[in-house]
Write a protein that binds this ligand. Structure first.
Ligand code: FMN
Length: 334
């Protein structure tokens, strides 16, 4: 095990191993981040600061409108009275002072308002990189096709002009051509892409006839769609560093996503469920497998099963279950 090297680089950062804890409540305090580091995390992405929180801080004079709904007023008051922005800057500073793994800050946004200037403060606080999670559910009937892609490119190219730390995009999978968008982001010097973000989803309670939150955590079945796109994008846009996110729950998933071409794997739900010691279990699985296969470092196999290497076989592009339904008496395998 001693001659095994699990170091990786992602978006210009050096990590001792490819496990990154993704932005969530798991990374909202310095104490939690220290535990994650102690348990073996290669890097962390801090809990996101939201565009609205930054804008509230930018526009301190903003007064509450009497016509606003009471709930909205409570919500806004909470944003104004709690100094989220300065707390976030303190979190970055504390993590940098007390941890040695890379600390990636995160902003959740959906417009290109002047919150982007705030990225400079994140850089000054010492963050090693900035991850931007652009969340859009556009329901406008007059929507212009291509507007979401343009927004991504505009926000990311503005940020690249604002800061000199690496800038990473955490992407939605709801695009008609993910490869083309990643390619254009790469040409705009974006340093890394996270495939994919995961939006909060609604559910309906049929007894109470009310809306409830959908599942907060992912299920293992979410992994294969992530695998598909990491494999394709890694083959098609090899210059973009990739972090895989959504559905990575086991050491085997970690190995598969590296084979498909990811530089790192971001994990969240599984750590909520299993606790931070599970990082060590996933790493042991990786070590044992590398040893068995005779690999000494990750670059020896990373991407070896991506789309560029398996294009002819159509493994990554196949979308139909034809093979399993061609015989009407057969069921798909369990
Ligand atoms: C409780 C919780 C809080 C989260 N908060 C954030 C957040 O602040 N910013 C963000 O970009 N993603 C957030 N996420 C999404 C995760 O970072 C991750 O993208 C998603 O859970 C999919 O990864 P997984 O399958 O490993 O859970 C959150 C997820 C959970 C479960």
């Amino acid at each position: 095990m001693n001659n095994l090297n699990t170091e990786v680089t992602f978006a210009g950062l050096k990590l001792k191993n490819p496990i990154v804890i993704s932005s969530s409540g798991l990374t909202e305090t310095v104490d939690k981040v220290k535990i994650l580091e102690k348990c073996g995390a290669g890097a962390v992405v801090l809990k996101s600061l939201f565009e609205e929180q930054i804008m509230m801080n930018v526009d301190k004079d903003m007064s509450l409108n009497d016509n606003d709904y009471p709930e909205a007023q409570d919500f806004l008051r909470n944003f104004i009275t709690t100094d989220h922005v300065n707390k976030y800057i303190d979190l970055i500073r504390d993590c940098k002072a007390q941890c040695s793994i890379p600390i990636i800050a995160s902003i959740n946004c959906h417009t290109q308002r002047n919150w982007t200037d705030f990225a400079k403060k994140i850089e000054e606080a010492g963050a090693d990189a900035l991850e931007v999670n652009i969340m859009l559910v556009d329901t406008s009937k007059e929507f212009t096709f291509g507007a979401s892609e343009k927004l991504y490119i505009d926000i990311l190219s503005t940020l690249k002009k604002t800061v000199s730390i690496p800038v990473i995009i955490k992407m939605s999978k709801q695009f008609s051509n993910i490869v083309s968008l990643v390619n254009q982001l790469q040409h705009n010097d974006v340093n890394g892409a996270v495939l994919f973000n995961r939006p909060y989803c609604p559910d309906i309670n049929i007894e109470e006839m009310d809306f409830h939150p959908g599942p907060i955590f992912t299920e293992p079945a979410a992994f294969n769609e992530t695998l598909r796109w990491v494999g394709i994008v890694s083959g098609m846009v090899p210059k973009m560093d990739l972090a895989a996110s959504t559905g990575i729950h086991t050491g085997e998933n970690l190995i598969k996503i590296l084979l498909a071409g990811a530089h790192v794997a971001q994990i969240c739900s599984v750590i909520y469920r299993e606790g931070p010691d599970y990082i060590g279990e996933m790493l042991s699985t990786l070590h044992e497998w590398m040893k068995k296969q005779g690999y000494e470092n990750i670059e020896q196999f990373r991407g070896s099963m991506n789309f560029a290497n398996f294009e002819d076989e159509n493994y990554y592009e196949r979308t139909q279950f034809m093979k399993y339904f061609s015989n009407k008496d057969s069921f798909p395998p369990r």
